[in-house]
Design a protein around this ligand. Structure first.
Ligand SMILES: Nc1nc2c(ncn2[C@@H]2O[C@H](COP(=O)(O)OP(=O)(O)OP(=O)(O)O)[C@@H](O)[C@H]2O)c(=O)[nH]1
Length: 246
């Protein structure tokens, strides 16, 4: 039995009620957890914000712990919810949360900054971190070079990035969270992932599905002032709350 079916059964509802139909529709919606990882300052927050809110954030600060955003997308008539876990790149802001990132993950987006060679050179370490946390090597993975709008500062050329992506069996996307003309391109990254997930993965684990009917956007262990990014704050001092999907 799928986790969502068990939600349906836990609700006492009358089959003829209109409200029941809504509940059932929500309960059947599949949810996928995608973690976005890479060095600090490469633009993980801006990419997830661009996808979920359709714009480049006015202001960002280093992520503390993890920011959590969601977007529901329509794939061939099926509503799929993508939960994007925007993780802190700075080691000191990751420590307390890191074990939560890697639970029940369905896909990974690796991000580097095309203007910063070190962010590309550190990629093997991010892959190793995934391995250390026993992430299934067959999970869909996408490799993203961000900040392509800074054309005169490009340090990592496409050939090099493509070679790395090929050697790790990942598609490469070079994009810009900032450039409005590339907004569709950012969408394409996450929609490609959604398509891969739709075909590859059946359901959320039962542990996570407890939270599936809600439509709220939440932040776990957020930065000091998340509101400018359109996020809601849970208690920033709590590592884990009842609303935490980890
Ligand atoms: N030019 C340009 N700047 C960008 C782009 N994406 C992000 N930035 C800038 O890069 C800086 C870091 O962006 P963030 O999205 O906060 O980076 P992050 O990877 O989430 O950083 P951490 O939270 O520390 O891990 C900010 O000043 C952004 O404005 C982009 O596509 N082009």
């Amino acid at each position: 039995m799928s986790s969502h079916q068990s939600i349906d059964q836990s609700r006492e509802v009358k089959p003829s009620s209109g409200a029941v139909k809504i509940v059932e529709k929500q309960a059947q919606r599949r949810i996928f957890k995608i973690i976005v990882i890479g060095d600090s300052n490469v633009g993980k927050t801006c990419l997830t914000y661009r996808f979920c809110s359709g714009k480049f954030p006015d202001k960002t600060e280093a992520t503390i712990g993890v920011d959590f955003r969601e977007k529901t997308v329509d794939l061939d008539g099926e509503q799929i919810k993508l939960q994007l876990w925007d993780t802190a790149g700075q080691e000191r802001f990751r420590k307390s949360m890191v074990q939560h990132y890697y639970r029940n993950v369905h896909a990974v987006v690796f991000v580097f900054d095309v203007t910063k060679m070190s962010s590309f050179e550190n990629m093997p370490q991010w892959i190793e971190e995934c391995d250390r946390h026993n992430l299934d090597k067959n999970l869909p993975r996408i490799f993203v070079g961000n900040k392509c709008d800074m054309k005169d500062k490009i340090a990592v050329n496409t050939n090099l990035a493509q070679k790395f992506a090929d050697s790790h069996n990942m598609p490469l996307f070079e994009t810009s969270a900032k450039d409005d003309e590339k907004a569709n391109h950012v969408d394409a990254i996450f929609m490609t992932m959604a398509h891969k997930l739709k075909n590859a993965k059946p359901m959320m684990s039962p542990h996570m599905s407890r939270y599936t009917p809600g439509e709220t956007r939440e932040v776990i262990n957020v930065r000091a002032s998340p509101h400018h990014r359109g996020l809601q704050s849970i208690n920033p001092n709590e590592e884990k709350t009842d609303n935490c999907a980890c």
